[in-house]
Design a protein around this ligand. Structure first.
Ligand code: GLN
Ligand code: ZN
Length: 762
């Protein structure tokens, strides 16, 4: 019999209940009992849903009020003294570590938060120091297991594994010489104790996530798997049976490190890497089970049952049906909760989609087919095949004109007309900029008034003409301010944009939007990514009207502002029926038309933002990563190379340590990079022989703090010590949309004045 299994379910609630209550708790509007009531309710609903769907292996301890990695840190007492000294409740310590806490008598910043592999989820990084003393602070996994049991549902608790927990953490400030993995031997007894308590509560098995198995691992970390799992196997108390789960990539390069480990089974992601089946199955001992991750935990498309079943059948043929489990590829945390409430979606498209709730049925159906034959689920298989075929042949997914255009991309189209030196001369004549030119990254404060008016327009309470007039007033104000303060290259301020990807998605053919498709990004921040359903094209100009209007108000150059192809792709749910590269190319061609139209409208500085290039980098070094960099760079260049030499192309990068080599490959005339918190002259030195120009962010836009003119001068001084001053632009770290006007005014005034001092000096 082939069992069905789910690795984790979204905890946010179909109506974002968790966010609403958590934020109300932070604001002091509800008490802890109410927060816990909502948490308990969500867990109960999720378990009931999975049971009703017929899932055999249902997870518990996948719930979290903030972040499940942070929860485990708390359970194991990986809590720095700066948090523990306040003796807060578990939940308040969790929130203090996740988001910082500032209230009477308490002032502590958050722990670092980092991206969870290549997903858009962020986890709170465990921080270890020489004084970290592991002990069991709480038994969250036991409590939640018992909670489900009381509901009559048997679950399999989920925990992050000891090796991943250490490797994904970092040394705290006071212990910089510490390598977290060196703490393994100290951690294991406590970890084992935790597992023993889970077993004592009645759990027969646990899922232990070791997602670092898909990364390039140093030898000592590879060796840690053997140490860890042999220790657990030989522990004095009874532990539950362990399934080690890896996901998001290829585990084969680390197979030697886990082959023969004394555990009950392994889970692998065959949505991402179906090719690994042969080798990972061959590495199992005769008793071990194989959990076949075949329903995509990272995307919103219906599984192709026939294709999935083929992989399951191949696994069965190798090791026998009784050792095969059908599973989601990863936790479903990364998918929206349910399709049921999407009443506005085109029914044709809705039929191609599957969110977390719908994916439960998918694992169950595929497992049934693998156990009793396709006949036992003939109707479901037929409907699925029809849906898959309809999607493949729909005119929504296939636009021959777009395909044709991608086919005929030429090498000339990804190259500017002349080399940078020639372009620079033309741009100097055309733009007439001073040395140390100043600019901003695009957005200006998104005021309450802007949001109110946008809402009114969306609801039809004001007409398009009224809304347009309001936007023009906003633009005029932003332009007037920039002239007064003395900025050199102006922007229109982006008041018409709700979000830097959604705005473009709404104007491009090929995108759809959900009403409730929220996915947790971190803590109480959820995102609602657009879905790319079909071939992408641009029916009409998207930004020309606003930029042209803004330019008409000033004699200074106005910078056009676009979101780049890779960022549009990465911050959406991509298609899985054509490659990411093809989608990036389609987006690039649409943006190329926009760039050219802007130029034709008299906009001679155009910025194409690509903050998401870094996060799309494949997890392992090698051919796949090289391919990605190549198409990412080419897509940017394809979108920006249609212009004349005299038009200046800018790009921008924030919160990402993009490799300087990749930045250089874009060949943008000017690149602005977040820098104010980096303070790393080595990073700038990497650019010292790069001829194109760079703007380094001189102040943090996430903070209301206003750095003084002197502070900003000192910042510029430290940069020109290592970087050619002729090539330097002066700008903030990123857009100003989250700031208030009074802060922005002071920050930019000081910035412009600091740049002027240097202009006079040199
Ligand atoms: N142009 C965008 C803005 O200023 C850039 C945002 C970003 O890089 N995240 O808001
Ligand atoms: Zn930015």
């Amino acid at each position: 019999m082939v069992l069905s299994s789910v690795l984790g379910f979204p905890r946010i609630g179909a109506q974002r209940e968790l966010k609403k209550t958590t934020e109300a708790y932070w604001a002091g509007k509800v008490d802890i009992a109410e927060l816990e009531r909502v948490g308990k309710d969500l867990r109960a609903q999720n378990w009931a849903k999975q049971q009703a769907a017929g899932v055999d292996i249902i997870p518990s301890n996948d719930f979290s009020y903030y972040d499940h990695i942070l929860d485990l840190s708390l359970s194991l007492n990986i809590v720095a003294e700066r948090y523990s000294k306040y003796n807060l409740s578990t939940i308040d310590t969790t929130f203090a570590m996740g988001r910082g806490l500032q209230r009477e008598g308490v002032d502590v910043p958050a722990n670092e938060m980092v991206k969870w592999f290549d997903s858009n989820y962020h986890y709170v990084r465990p921080t270890f120091s020489h004084s970290t003393a592991f002990k069991l602070n709480n038994t969250k996994a036991v409590d939640e297991y018992l909670e489900a049991k009381a509901q009559g549902i048997e679950t399999r608790p989920v925990l992050i594994g000891p090796v991943s927990l250490l490797f994904l953490g970092k040394a705290d400030k006071d212990s910089q010489d510490l390598e977290p993995i060196s703490l393994l031997e100290k951690l294991l007894p406590i970890y084992a104790d935790y597992l023993a308590k889970i077993a004592a509560a009645g759990a027969a098995s646990v899922q232990i996530d070791e997602p670092i198995l898909v990364l390039d691992l140093p030898e000592n970390v590879q060796a840690a798997f053997k140490t860890a799992y042999e220790f657990l196997a030989n522990y004095q108390a009874t532990l539950p049976k362990i399934t080690i789960a890896s996901y998001f990539g290829d585990a084969r390069p680390n197979l030697a490190a886990i082959k023969g480990l004394p555990v009950a089974g392994f889970h692998y992601d065959f949505v991402r890497v179906p090719e690994q089946l042969e080798e990972v199955a061959a590495a199992l001992t005769p008793e071990q089970t194989l959990s076949v991750g075949i329903v995509d935990g990272r995307n919103v498309w219906k599984a192709d049952f026939a294709k999935a079943l083929k992989i399951v059948e191949a696994a069965k043929a190798k090791i026998g049906a009784d050792r095969v489990v059908v599973a989601t590829s990863s936790s479903l945390l990364h998918t929206p909760v349910t399709l049921e409430n999407e009443i506005k979606l085109n029914p044709e498209i809705k039929d191609w989609l599957s969110f977390a709730t719908q994916k439960l049925d998918e694992v169950v159906i595929i497992a049934k087919a693998a156990t009793h034959g396709v006949e036992s689920v003939a109707a479901e298989f037929a409907a699925n095949a029809a849906s898959i075929a309809a999607r493949a042949s729909s005119s929504i997914t296939n636009d021959p004109a777009v395909r044709q255009r991608v086919e005929s991309i030429t090498a000339d189209q990804i190259k500017r007309k002349s080399a940078f030196a020639t372009r620079l001369e033309e741009q100097k004549k055309n733009l007439n900029l001073p040395s140390f030119p100043t600019t901003t990254i695009g957005s200006f404060p998104q005021t309450k008034e802007i949001r109110i008016n946008r809402n009114k327009f969306t609801k039809g309470e004001i007409t398009a003409a009224e809304y347009e007039k309001f936007i023009e007033q906003e633009i005029a104000e932003v332009v007037k301010f920039q002239e007064e303060v003395g900025l050199d290259v102006l922007v229109h301020g982006e008041p018409e944009r709700n979000d830097m990807v959604q705005y473009f998605g709404e104007r491009l053919k090929g995108f759809v939007f959900t009403q409730n498709g929220w996915v947790q990004s971190y803590g109480s921040r959820y995102v609602r990514p657009p879905i790319i359903v079909g071939d992408v094209s641009r029916p009409a100009p998207m930004t020309v009207k606003e930029s042209k209007f803004a330019q008409s108000l000033t004699s200074k150059p106005m910078k056009g502002m676009l979101t780049g192809p890779v960022t549009c792709l990465r911050w959406s749910f991509p298609r899985n029926d054509i490659s990411p590269k093809q989608q990036a190319q389609q987006l690039a061609l649409a943006l190329r038309d926009e760039v050219n139209d802007l130029e034709a409208a008299g906009i001679y500085v155009i910025q194409v933002d690509e903050p998401a290039i870094r996060e799309g980098l494949p997890l392992r070094a090698g051919a796949e990563r090289d391919d990605y960099v190549k198409y990412a760079v080419e897509s940017f260049r394809l979108s920006t190379s249609g212009v004349e030499d005299k038009t200046q192309i800018h790009s921008h990068f924030c919160y990402s340590d993009l490799d300087p080599a990749h930045i250089k490959a874009l060949d943008a005339d000017v690149v602005s990079i977040e820098f104010s918190k980096k303070d790393d002259n080595k990073y700038i030195e990497e650019f010292s022989n790069y001829p194109n120009h760079i703007g380094l962010g001189v102040f943090d836009i996430h903070s209301p703090r206003v750095p003084s003119q002197e502070e900003l001068e000192a910042k510029i001084q430290s940069i020109v010590g290592v970087y050619p001053k002729e090539n330097l632009w002066v700008n903030p770290d990123c857009g100003l949309k989250t700031r208030k006007w009074d802060e922005t005014k002071k920050q930019l005034t000081n910035m412009v004045n600091a740049a002027k001092i240097y202009r006079e000096k040199y």
